[in-house]
Design a protein around this ligand. Sequence first.
Ligand SMILES: Cc1cc2nc3c(=O)[nH]c(=O)nc-3n(C[C@H](O)[C@H](O)[C@H](O)COP(=O)(O)O)c2cc1C
Length: 364
Amino acid sequence: MSTLFSPIKLAGLALENRIVVSPMCQYSADDGCANDWHLTHLGMLAHSGASLVVVEATHVERHGRITHGCLGLYNDDNEAALARVMLSARRAGNAKFGIQLAHAGRKASAARPWEGAQALKAGADPWPTMAASAIPFGDGWHTPREVTEADMERVRAAFVSAAQRALRIGFDAIELHMAHGYLMHGFMSPVSNKRSDQCGGAFENRMRFPLSVARAVRAVVPKYVPLGARITGSDWRPDGLTPDDAVAIAKALNGEGLDFICISSGGITADTRTPTTPGYNVPIAARVRKEAGVLTRTVGLIVKPEQAENIVASGEADQISIARAFLDDPHWGWHAAKALGAEVARPVQYARSGPKLWAPAAKA
Ligand SMILES: Cc1cc2nc3c(=O)[nH]c(=O)nc-3n(C[C@H](O)[C@H](O)[C@H](O)COP(=O)(O)O)c2cc1C
């Protein structure tokens, strides 16, 4: 009996298995609007064998986008475009869909990966950025201005508004992006937050703004819709957030009514290096799950079916999230089911590709 292919419930959402497609920016939107690329991409992942697909970082304000190609949910056009794509993607398969809501903070105003992934240069339509403190992400990056009280109020309201748009579109789950060095993580980490007001200094102060966002969004997301956050398990720096902090962050977010936590890590500065060992976040997730007592997902170099099975079967995480392996093999979930002797739903149109194909006497 595979644990990876056993059902799980997140708030009111019943999921067929523990496999999640991790949010992945496509850098292909038109002024925040999803288009046919997203339709094809998400339609493909709708029948990947994952029970839940989390749509890429979708930004709550225009200046909160990482690149000119990032998705947004900051106006009616964005909402209409994403609604069209999701209607179609849902018809393509049986996965449930979540969305990741984000603000890029000091990592905004950047070039797409295939255009260098650096701060946008003059002439490439850069925009002013903001962050917990006026410290750039790295050499050559924009110097952000320090977020003011008014900014916090506006961004909080933008997260709430984007969550309401996501609910109208019919998303099954919402994830707040609080990792990878973006705005929320930038407040939490002592590496990037040097504020002298009530939002800087002690851990409780650094958590104040992110927790207020979680609280405000929770207030408009019905209890049956799972709301969670992707957080950092470690800044991988001696002066940064640690797994102990991750446990405390998870507890605090759970205290605000969040239903799940996804443990990722890294990205607080341009020069920090994330480990490249298989399942590098798994031990941190295991600690968070045990010590914070919150439903925990994890991500990061989980590539093989047996590896994924062991993580959930041993109780290190409740769900596993996979990014690059799904781009490499959009039917990763089907192939994992085959490897583990489990069942996975396929669209009726593809039923003949099922387990019988691999039986010795397979017939066309
Ligand atoms: C093309 C690409 C885009 C990504 N975009 C996002 C994103 O929008 N939000 C996020 O939290 N992580 C993003 N990530 C990170 C992945 O979700 C994941 O955490 C990371 O790739 C490690 O998982 P993996 O080893 O399974 O790829 C992205 C990764 C890739 C490869």
